[in-house]
Ligand binder design. Structure first.
Ligand code: FE
Length: 340
């Protein structure tokens, strides 16, 4: 009898403890998130293990199935978060902290993913060839005054598809197709390279404006070679003609469907949404915190004030298949002179 009682007591003691750790699959570079992991462990005593997965994160989770050790996905861009949800590798996380700190348009309506930081997709403009105020709306990028002056990365990249998806949300498919044709007609060269390569092209005089994410300004300024490119440009924040603000996307977090350590995973997600962690993370990646009570760094804030579009990112993500069809239909990545 005494032995049974002891066994029951031991079970009762060990049941809620689980493994005091949380396992993270991260698309983001380990060094970018290390300060967050340290802060979390310091605050909660929960250990973190990180696997850096830059490609095939969803496929890996699908292959591992219920035996996956992963509790958490940390990734960037609404398309990747939406894809993970649609693939069935995430689960809903119910939390007042998350719902309270993450604005509604920056989280999944079903609680499968939550934005942690935002990045605006804006215009990099040549300081010496584009006057302040010349860049106005996204729609205006199709105007003839920009002919031969715009550089951009591929239309099929998730960043571009996000912006086109937002344009569809605001103006509808037909107007967006016309717009996309107009932007293509204004390109200085066929889309190639990443966001920073476009700024380099501005610096080299190949084009006057480019589309890019805000945080690359930080990345370029921190790089001895690229700082020169960064210093040649100014960040201009276009808006939509209907009065909506600047297009933003997110980096975000989701709990995996098979999370072995759900309690710890939720604690980690709530930590990431806290103002302390929001400030650390936003500073590490030169982005904007999602929590309205946390602040961007002085450097990031100095790139310009803007009002973010409040359109639901879930709605924007739902347009990405249509956005890709438009990119293909207008042959956006083809030679600028060619028809589409
Ligand atoms: Fe990026």
């Amino acid at each position: 009898m005494r032995l049974t009682a002891l066994a029951v007591a031991l079970t009762a003691l060990s049941a809620p403890a689980l493994a005091d750790e949380v396992n993270i699959y991260s698309y983001r570079q380990p060094e970018l998130i290390q300060p967050l992991l340290d802060g979390f462990t310091e605050q909660t005593g929960i250990k973190t293990n990180v696997a850096f997965v830059d490609k095939g994160l969803v496929d890996r989770l699908k292959a591992e199935g219920a035996r996956s050790p992963a509790d958490i996905i940390l990734t960037v861009d609404i398309s990747r978060l939406s894809t993970a949800k649609e693939a069935g590798v995430t689960q809903s996380a119910e939390s007042e902290v998350l719902a309270g700190n993450v604005p509604e348009n920056l989280r999944d309506p079903d609680g499968h993913w939550f934005g942690l930081t935002t990045r605006a997709r804006i215009v990099y403009a040549a300081k010496d060839r584009v006057a302040p105020g010349e860049v106005t709306t996204y729609e205006d990028l199709a105007a003839p005054k920009w002919k031969g002056r715009i550089c951009t990365r591929s239309g099929t990249h998730v960043y571009t598809l996000g912006l086109i998806g937002a344009m569809i949300a605001h103006n509808g498919v037909e107007a967006t197709e016309t717009w996309l044709k107009g932007v293509k007609a204004n390109l200085a060269r066929a889309p190639e390279g990443n966001d920073r390569a476009q700024v380099k092209a501005i610096w080299a005089g190949e084009c006057d404006i480019s589309l890019g994410n805000t945080y690359y300004m930080g990345a370029m300024l921190d790089d001895p070679e690229q700082a020169e490119w960064a210093n040649a440009v100014r960040l201009d924040f276009p808006t939509f003609e209907d009065g909506a603000g600047t297009h933003v996307n997110i980096s975000g977090v989701a709990m995996t469907a098979s999370a072995p350590n759900r309690e710890q995973a939720l604690a980690f997600m709530e930590y990431l949404a806290s103002d302390v962690a929001q400030a650390i993370y936003a500073a590490e990646v030169s982005e904007y915190p999602v929590s309205p009570t946390a602040s961007a760094t002085v450097r990031v804030a100095g790139w310009g004030n803007f009002t973010a579009d409040t359109e639901s990112l879930a709605a924007i993500a739902a347009n990405r298949a249509e956005a890709l069809r438009l990119v293909e239909r207008v042959d956006f990545d083809g030679a600028p002179g060619s028809g589409g």
